[in-house]
Design a protein around this ligand. Structure first.
Ligand code: ZN
Length: 251
């Protein structure tokens, strides 16, 4: 073989190796949604004292809603919703951290004043992969029971970009809850929620059940039931992360 050919061959070989290596690196980067890089923001709904001062329902909106309310309370237990929400959220935090996820919390005490927009901006600043907002329902109908999942509106001016992923996670959660025998009323789009409209990252609210129903209130305040619910939520995160990685790989 002539010397010139040898050099050319070496250059071609080097090029092939370099290209293969770099495509491998790109692939690895795409798959780099590792658990320790996957940030979950947990927002335990409400706080000890509501703040009725208005804040814009969405960026640039003239429509205002109270910064944050104090939530509902148990018809049987008399327990405030904000207490149940934090109890469940702390269980979820432990479960997710034990799985290896990075978890950030909007609050870990009751005596705070963080508005719904501020909670959304907190998650935006943390670059969260997913926000899980934990709430309980209360309604003027003591017969109503079951969990509900709320997601941002598909057609909302500020939420179109986060709809798809929020919807994917919401439906994964619904499936897992139902598999565990927990009644789910549905996955509902909401365009009127400040905490959704300010969010730049996928977000869902889990309304764990109705504190206005005697039995469900007692269940929601039960440590074991909270643990069962939060295990479902945490396992749903696993499936969601895998789904996100698959979607990235397709691109
Ligand atoms: Zn609530």
């Amino acid at each position: 073989m002539k010397k010139g050919y040898k050099i050319k061959l070496v250059i071609i070989l080097m090029l092939v190796i370099t290209l293969n290596l770099s495509s491998g690196v790109v692939k690895a980067l795409n798959l780099d949604n590792t658990k320790e890089n996957f940030i979950i923001c947990i927002d335990p709904g409400h706080q000890e004292k509501g703040d009725s001062k208005g804040e814009p329902i969405a960026p640039g909106s003239s429509q205002k809603k109270p910064r944050v309310s104090s939530g509902t309370a148990g018809v049987a237990t008399k327990k405030p919703e904000y207490v149940v929400n934090l109890e469940a959220s702390q269980k979820l935090k432990t479960l997710l951290e034990n799985k290896g996820y990075k978890v950030v919390m909007t609050r870990e005490t009751h005596n705070v004043n963080i508005s719904n927009a501020e909670r959304a901006q907190f998650a935006n600043d943390k670059n969260a992969n997913l926000v899980i907002r934990i709430h309980c329902d209360g309604i003027n109908d003591s017969g109503k029971t079951g969990a509900s999942i709320l997601i941002p509106s598909k057609t909302g001016k500020h939420t179109t970009a986060i709809y798809e992923e929020s919807n994917v996670y919401g439906n994964i959660m619904k499936k897992h809850l139902e598999e565990c025998g927990i009644k789910v009323n549905g996955v509902f789009e909401r365009g009127d929620m400040t905490g959704f409209n300010w969010s730049k990252v996928p977000v869902v609210i889990l309304e764990m059940g109705f504190m206005s129903n005697w039995n469900e209130d007692k269940m929601l305040c039960d440590e074991n039931y909270q643990q069962k619910l939060m295990e479902v939520v945490a396992n749903s995160v696993d499936e969601y992360r895998i789904k996100c990685n698959e979607d990235k790989n397709i691109e």
